[in-house]
Design a protein around this ligand. Structure first.
Ligand code: FE2
Length: 315
């Protein structure tokens, strides 16, 4: 057949789809055909101008240049466009009693120290209000899981992650890994989480400003909770009192992850033992893990690959 070269915009779409139709891997074929179909439809629907096309290339180039072991602008794009949460929701459709997941976000770093129960992830934060977060890691029957690993990260009370704070010179802060005891218990010493704006000095920030959107996230603490034989969960706990719970810049709030941070005027229990001076806060949250599904790569593997990608970019 002679290739016809007087192409219309629809001829091109058909030809590109045909070119990908022979992709040997069936899943990759499905993804590429879907991508081309929707991407072409999008460009046609908005009748993208050449100037706008070039602007998009510039924004993506800038996003790529900003990525390092400390910054992931593409995850910010995915988060602020709601794509991360759509992926999360289609991958965790059935309510099954396990702790709900939410976005991983761009601020996880490898190498957080393993700390004992009650270990302080905020030793250099002098302005935050001391806070104890405790609870248990349980299976779906409510049985404790011993030796579960909680990878925890949070902003300082300044609203900055360690990687955003130039005074720390690249040092890790507000991060720790904790193991549960025989009763499945964990105990984390930190400071009260605060709400904070996502980084707005790059193309994502420009997009939010142009759209009249605010960049704020409600106060939260990040967790990846994992244990042998169970499916790991990537999630946050949120402070119930936060004014941004209804308008999180990355759409990550789920009701089951909202938690009460309670203020105490006098010390008792763990606070006395750990030497916390009142006023301080406590929050309690139990994580429930479901048994590991028979599958190859886990979410955790993907997260490690992502972190390694950031490290490579920084070298
Ligand atoms: Fe965060």
């Amino acid at each position: 057949m002679t290739a016809h070269r007087n192409k219309t915009e629809d001829d091109i779409t058909a030809e590109v789809l045909e070119r990908f139709a022979g992709t040997p891997d069936p899943r990759l074929r499905q993804i590429m055909l879907g991508l081309v179909k929707h991407l072409h439809a999008f460009v046609k629907e908005v009748e993208l101008t050449e100037a706008e096309w070039f602007q998009a290339i510039e924004a993506l180039t800038e996003a790529g240049r900003m990525c390092s072991d400390k910054r992931q602008e593409f995850i910010l794009f995915s988060d602020t466009l709601g794509v991360s949460m759509v992926v999360d929701l289609i991958n965790h459709r059935k309510p099954d009693g396990a702790t709900e997941s939410t976005v991983f976000g761009p601020f996880h770093r490898l190498g957080a120290p393993e700390l004992p129960a009650g270990g302080n992830i905020a030793p250099r934060d002098k302005t935050g209000t001391p806070t104890l977060v405790s609870g248990r890691v349980l299976d779906l029957d409510g049985k404790p899981i011993m030796d579960a690993l909680l990878d925890v990260w949070q902003t300082q009370s300044s609203g900055l992650y360690d990687s955003q704070d130039e005074d720390l010179g690249g040092e890790l802060h507000m991060r720790g890994r904790f193991r549960t005891d025989a009763e499945g218990r964990y105990l984390i010493r930190t400071v009260l989480p605060v709400n904070y704006p996502i980084p707005s000095d790059g193309p994502v920030g420009r997009m939010l400003r142009a759209a009249g959107r605010h960049p704020w996230r409600p106060a939260h603490i990040h967790f990846v909770v994992s244990a042998d034989g169970y499916e790991p969960v990537t999630t946050h706990i949120f402070d119930r009192r936060d004014e941004y719970l209804g308008s999180d810049a990355v759409f990550a709030v789920k009701d089951s992850l909202i938690c009460d941070f309670e203020q105490h005027g006098s010390a008792s229990g763990d606070a006395v033992r750990l030497g916390l001076a009142p006023p301080y806060y406590t929050a309690t949250f139990d994580f429930r893990l479901k048994p590991a599904a028979e599958q190859g790569a886990t979410v955790l593997d993907a997260q490690r690959r992502l972190a390694a990608l950031g490290q490579r970019a920084a070298e």
